[in-house]
Design a protein around this ligand. Structure first.
Ligand SMILES: Nc1ncnc2c1ncn2[C@@H]1O[C@H](COP(=O)(O)OP(=O)(O)OP(=O)(O)O)[C@@H](O)[C@H]1O
Ligand SMILES: [Mg+2]
Length: 625
């Protein structure tokens, strides 16, 4: 169906691939992998004939229907979700167009019976197709998580995950012969990814799937195109067999390259030695010829890794942020209600929940970006937030050059310093003068991340920061988060990431935010949510109303005053409670060590979670003393 031959592509002097041959058959299931910026999306542009190669040919079957999900830039606005999805049915649009033309003619006074017949026929067909298609569209939308109510809403309200889902729904309704999916799982929650996996397994045509999701690749592909600059190597099998085969291939290649190098050196020595002599001239010449003809083995370019840390501001002790009975609604949707949550210093909180449940809203409220419709947000006075917003890579200015985009946040940095930071994020040499518009998805994410960490912080908020990042870069980011000593709150769909980094998790669902004193596995298996220790108050003293309702940012220090004697009693009580809890922690510590020594990790994890919860309670109590 598609045949790429002898392809060479380079941008501003940097070669992406050279002499590449690839083909797609009618039922190919291909996974396209390679590090950020290696040219995956570019390959799709070539197949879509949106870009001409510097060299080589691209043959595509004439009537081939290609469906493409772009990596970024999916934004629907005007129509309802259902109408947008149904616009995938091109023949309906065709009928509508013809109907409109006929109507015009009829209005202009032509009343031939032929015209009328045609009109009636088309209308019938339109109704028929309309019903069938609507049913089909609703089905696909429902499977992708849209409720009936969602279907009749304008597409504009939905963000992130839902926009991608609408695009995906349209694409699937078009039933193309060849699907080109450019990182479809970014922004998708676990359920939607599972659905996509099943869909692809049953798909009749061919597809090429770009994703950094190893599990999806293992389940859905039978062939891997691996960009290993300057070639694209093709491996049979799924991701696991590819990664074994690739390692083997690299070892062999390395060996062959070493042997070749020895041979070259030997030949060169010979030539050097005997060049001047007449009697060996012929042999020297033939050796030289062989040397020139020899096809040199090129090792795939070594992958570079990002390196960075999040710079930290002075540590805050005690409460960092507290939400009390927070609720929020957008014009037509209630997202959160009655959320109470205390973030204590040193917490590492992972937020999870399906698309559209309100993770982003919660993070924005905690950051002070968004004032909730009801409830109270307290932020520590010394708070310095670094916030990576969801889809930050889309908020960069496409017209600016990389260096100027970075400079926006880099007050006080010299050019040299900035260059070195950019280098750490793998923008080297002339890369820093590239306009943002040509950057690959991963490159944009790297730039957006860099902007976040130019200023020191003591609270790190990250909303799906790994989207578009390749596996290496994800690891580096995870290390940087794990090295950060202050407080971190992050939203992610990647359960492995949550398990690795979080010691507390918050499940955001049905408007609630349940806090679990453990990681994702804990929260979704044995986990019981903790009821946040909202400071136990006596019957509420009548607080001045306007302040109590103030939507945000009252420093935690501002505690309502009480008479001195009452305070003293309460303090003594709190202190004895704290001592009690501390004793418990000590006992737990011994039990924890024992459990670890006997390799009972399940028990150890459980104890650890309890211990963590106790510590939180202690911190909360100390704040009240
Ligand atoms: N018009 C252009 N001018 C200069 N460089 C370009 C242009 N278009 C793309 N590039 C560069 O080509 C490289 C490949 O880009 P591409 O988008 O294909 O990468 P990718 O493999 O899809 O990466 P990612 O995993 O980050 O999405 C990138 O370094 C990108 O900056
Ligand atoms: Mg890409």
């Amino acid at each position: 169906m598609v045949q790429l031959q002898n392809l060479t592509v380079s941008f501003t002097g940097r070669e992406l691939y050279r002499n590449v041959d690839l083909f797609v058959a009618a039922d190919s299931r291909i996974g396209l992998v390679g590090p950020n910026g290696s040219g995956k999306s570019t390959l799709f542009r070539l197949i879509r004939r949106d870009l001409e190669p510097d060299q080589g040919t691209i043959d595509i079957r004439r009537d081939l229907k290609i469906g493409w999900l772009p990596q970024t830039g999916v934004v629907f606005k005007d129509r309802t979700v259902l109408a947008e999805a149904m616009s995938a049915f091109k023949e309906v649009e065709q009928i509508d167009r013809e109907l409109a033309q006929l109507e015009q003619k009829l209005q202009q006074g032509s009343h031939g019976s032929e015209l009328l017949d045609r009109y009636a026929h088309l209308q019938q067909e339109r109704n028929h197709a309309g019903y069938a298609h609507e049913a089909q569209a609703r089905k696909v939308l429902a499977e992708l998580g849209f409720t009936d109510e969602d279907c009749s809403k304008p597409t504009g309200w939905s963000s992130g995950g839902f926009q991608v889902r609408i695009a995906l729904a349209k694409l699937l309704l078009e039933e193309p012969d060849l699907l080109l999916l450019d990182e479809p799982t970014n922004y998708l929650d676990i359920k939607a990814i599972a659905w996509l996996q099943e869909y692809l397994q049953g798909f009749r045509g061919a597809y090429v799937l770009i994703t950094h999701d190893r599990y999806l690749l293992d389940a859905c592909v039978e062939r891997i195109w691996s960009i290993e600059r300057p070639t694209v190597a093709v491996y049979k099998g799924n991701y696991s067999s590819y990664s074994n085969a690739r390692e083997e291939r690299l070892v062999q290649l390395e060996k062959a390259a070493q042997e070749q190098q020895k041979e070259i050196e030997k030949a060169e020595r010979f030539i050097e030695q005997f060049r001047a002599r007449k009697d060996t001239a012929k042999r020297v010449k033939s050796r030289q010829k062989a040397l020139d003809r020899m096809e040199r083995i090129v090792m795939p370019e070594k992958r570079k890794r990002m390196r960075f840390r999040f710079p930290e501001a002075a540590t805050i002790y005690g409460q960092v942020v507290a939400l009390e009975q927070v609720g929020h609604r957008f014009t037509d949707r209630a997202v959160l209600s009655g959320v109470s949550l205390i973030v204590a210093a040193g917490d590492r909180i992972g937020l999870f929940g399906a698309n559209g449940e309100g993770k982003t809203t919660l993070l924005r409220i905690m950051s002070g970006d968004l004032s909730p419709s009801v409830g109270l947000v307290r932020q520590s006075e010394k708070l310095q937030i670094a916030f990576y917003r969801q889809g930050a890579e889309e908020l960069l200015d496409p017209a600016l050059e990389v260096i100027d985009e970075a400079r926006k946040e880099a007050e006080g940095y010299t050019l040299l310093e900035l260059r070195s930071i950019l280098g750490a994020f793998l923008f080297s040499g002339d890369d820093i003068y590239k306009p943002v518009s040509v950057l690959s998805g991963g490159e944009k994410t790297r730039l957006a991340l860099l902007k976040v960490l130019l200023r020191p912080s003591n609270l790190l908020l990250l909303d799906e920061p790994t989207n578009h990042l390749d596996i290496d870069s994800r690891e580096v980011l995870e290390e940087a988060i794990s090295d950060y000593r202050n407080t971190v709150i992050f939203a992610a769909h990647d359960r492995f990431m949550i398990d690795r980094l979080a010691n507390k998790t918050v499940a955001v669902r049905s408007g609630r935010a349940d806090v679990f004193p453990g990681n994702y596995t804990y929260a979704t298996s044995a986990g019981k949510p903790i009821v946040e220790p909202v400071p136990a108050r006596k019957p509420k003293p009548p607080e001045p109303a306007p302040q109590a309702l103030a939507p945000r940012a009252r420093p935690t220090k501002a505690v309502p005053r009480k008479p001195a004697s009452e305070l003293k009693d309460e303090t003594a009580l709190l202190q004895s409670r704290i001592r009690e809890l501390e004793e418990k922690v000590r006992t737990l510590d011994t039990e924890f060590q024992d459990a670890k020594r006997s390799f009972d990790f399940a028990r150890a994890r459980e104890l650890w979670a309890v211990r963590q919860a106790l510590l939180d309670e202690i911190i909360a109590l100390r704040n009240q003393v």
